[in-house]
Design a protein. Structure first.
Length: 103
C-alpha cells in the first residue's frame, strides 16, 4: 500500500478546517438552545387560560413551571401542569407539547 504524507502546510490547513468546523457546530448548538428558551413563550398559542409550550432539549417540567410561575409557588404550578396535561409523572421528553396555566 502506498502511504501519502502531508506537508506541514497541509497539516496546518487540516487543523484550521477542523477547528473552524468545531467552532461552527458549537456555536450552532448554543444558538439553538438560547433561541429555544428565549422564544418559548412568545411563540406559543394561548387558549382558555393556558399557553401551549414545547419542551426544549435540556428542559424539565420543573424549569417550565419555574419559567411561568411568576410570584406563585413553583410546586403548585408544577401540579397544575401535571393535572392539565394528564401526566403520569413529571418526566417529559424534548418536543412534548404542554398546556401551561397562565397566572
Amino acid at each position: 500500500m502506498a502511504q501519502t504524507q502531508l506537508t506541514r502546510r497541509g497539516r496546518n490547513v487540516l487543523r484550521t478546517l477542523a477547528a473552524g468546523s468545531l467552532l461552527v457546530v458549537i456555536g450552532a448548538g448554543f444558538s439553538a438552545v438560547g433561541h429555544a428558551s428565549e422564544n418559548k413563550i412568545s411563540s406559543t398559542q394561548t387558549t382558555s387560560g393556558y399557553i401551549r409550550v414545547v419542551v426544549a432539549p435540556g428542559e424539565s417540567l420543573w424549569s417550565v413551571a419555574a419559567m411561568v410561575a411568576g410570584n406563585r409557588d413553583v410546586n403548585s404550578v408544577l401540579d397544575e401542569i401535571v393535572q392539565a396535561n394528564n401526566l403520569a409523572s413529571t418526566d417529559v421528553a424534548a418536543g412534548t407539547r404542554l398546556n401551561v396555566p397562565l397566572r
